[in-house]
Ligand binder design. Sequence first.
Ligand SMILES: Cc1cc2nc3c(=O)[nH]c(=O)nc-3n(C[C@H](O)[C@H](O)[C@H](O)COP(=O)(O)OP(=O)(O)OC[C@H]3O[C@@H](n4cnc5c(N)ncnc54)[C@H](O)[C@@H]3O)c2cc1C
Length: 287
Amino acid sequence: MSKENSILDIAIIGCGPAGLSAALNAKARKKESIIFGNEVCSPKLQKAPHLHNYLGVVDIDGKEFQKRAERQVTDAGIKILRNKVDNIFQKENGFEIVIKDQTYTSKTVILATGVAQGHVLPGEEDLVGKGVSYCGTCDAPLFSNKTVAIIAEEKEGIQEAELLSDICKKVYYLKEHEGEVSLADNVEVIKEKPKAILGNNKVTHLQLINNRLECDGIFIVRDTVPASHLVQGLETEGSAIKVNRDMSTNIKGLYAAGDITGWPYQLGKAVGEGQIAALNAIDYISS
Ligand SMILES: Cc1cc2nc3c(=O)[nH]c(=O)nc-3n(C[C@H](O)[C@H](O)[C@H](O)COP(=O)(O)OP(=O)(O)OC[C@H]3O[C@@H](n4cnc5c(N)ncnc54)[C@H](O)[C@@H]3O)c2cc1C
């Protein structure tokens, strides 16, 4: 795994309106930040045929709004790294952000990943860290010579399969994405849909619609990961991250903004919270 040497002031996770707003405010205060985002920023806004309820903005669709916001951010010299963050670890004086085979270090983090799309499998939440993983690079060594299943909702699952097939005895690959795959001999491609993850305090099986696979670990490759799975110990209220008035969470130096902090799911709230989170992260760094 390679490591970026410079230490960021703020790592912003998510390139929707909340993340972009946080980044602009950090830049205005001359702080070093990077936005980590997915290939498409704010798939939600891309789907809005007409933007309503955002002050001063009329006659525009969500796609155009997001395009303008991204241009404003990149024109300001802020970097958007189009890679999904797999894990965030707390360190003595900050955080380590893991993306594929790279890590970044930052003094603070702002989570602005929106509301996780897609369903979570029964058993998944309870078995995170007990056999369920979202990051092959981070957890593959734990499954040396064992049997694992990869639930590949995205084609990035192929890279996970390449890595895990070198380490594991057997890999099941549940191909849920488009396109062909050509994988090592110890990888069996399964066409059946996953139904539940089974195990009592430790993964033992993946239940499919009609069959059951015995396995020690399950790697899930999705576009979005619930934020509480990205960072261990993050306090939630239902599906939302619990925040204080200054957008701080229960973890020192870690802030959250936008849809991820709960209702109302609106642009105005996302942009405002991004600003508050950035300004308070900056205060935290200088305190
Ligand atoms: C169809 C539709 C129409 C809407 N119309 C309006 C409207 O008219 N007016 C209004 O005010 N609001 C509207 N909304 C709501 C608005 O889109 C949201 O409130 C707003 O986009 C929230 O911004 P956000 O930055 O919090 O999250 P998002 O816009 O969801 O952005 C989060 C970003 O984080 C990325 N991400 C997630 N996980 C990771 C990870 N692990 N690593 C890196 N990146 C990650 C996601 O891919 C995404 O790009 C609409 C929503 C929808 C679905």
